[in-house]
Design a protein. Structure first.
Length: 166
């Protein structure tokens, strides 16, 4: 279940989040009683990006956990220090994945320029408007950020730790 966001189409995942977080949803209905709304807000965009990126953090944390021991009594002295680099790498990969998220964040946060418009949606809008210079600039900024993040994550964790276990 925790890995589903990695393979579900973004619009399907966005729909699930709308069902949960909307005013008639289980979580959204409860939050609405406190006058808290997540749909069409920047907080909703953060939640959507986090859900989409979570499997990458989970995968890296599992890989990092194999470097330490599993007993809870020595978690802070052995496991956490050994896993810290893998968890940090997973966080970086999750951030890069969330940076590029389009469908899920668009479904939850919409496209309100200056409020909920994400970088990926801004690229899409620029292309649709024929504003090639803005699209090219945003694509370059996104590409450079993602390459830097991948290089940093690669330096934090040995390549064999990122491979699936047999």
């Amino acid at each position: 279940m925790l890995m589903l966001p990695l393979v579900l189409p973004p619009t399907v995942l966005g729909y699930y989040l709308l069902v949960l977080l909307g005013r008639r949803g289980v979580i959204g209905g409860w939050l609405d009683r406190f006058d808290i709304q997540l749909v069409f807000t920047w907080q909703g965009a953060v939640i959507a990006s986090t859900v989409v990126a979570f499997p990458l953090v989970l995968k890296s944390a599992r890989a990092a956990r194999t470097l330490g021991v599993s007993e809870a009594s020595i978690f802070f002295r052995v496991t956490l220090p050994l896993a810290a680099r893998g968890i940090l790498a997973g966080g970086l990969l999750a951030f890069a994945r969330a940076l590029g998220e389009f469908g899920t964040t668009l479904m939850i946060a919409g496209n309100l320029p200056g409020r909920t418009q994400t970088l990926s949606v801004a690229v899409y809008v620029a292309v649709q408007a024929g504003d090639d210079s803005t699209a090219n600039f945003l694509v370059l900024v996104t590409s450079v950020k993602c390459v830097v993040i991948l290089l940093l994550a690669g330096r934090l964790v040995p390549q064999h730790a990122l491979l699936p276990s047999r």
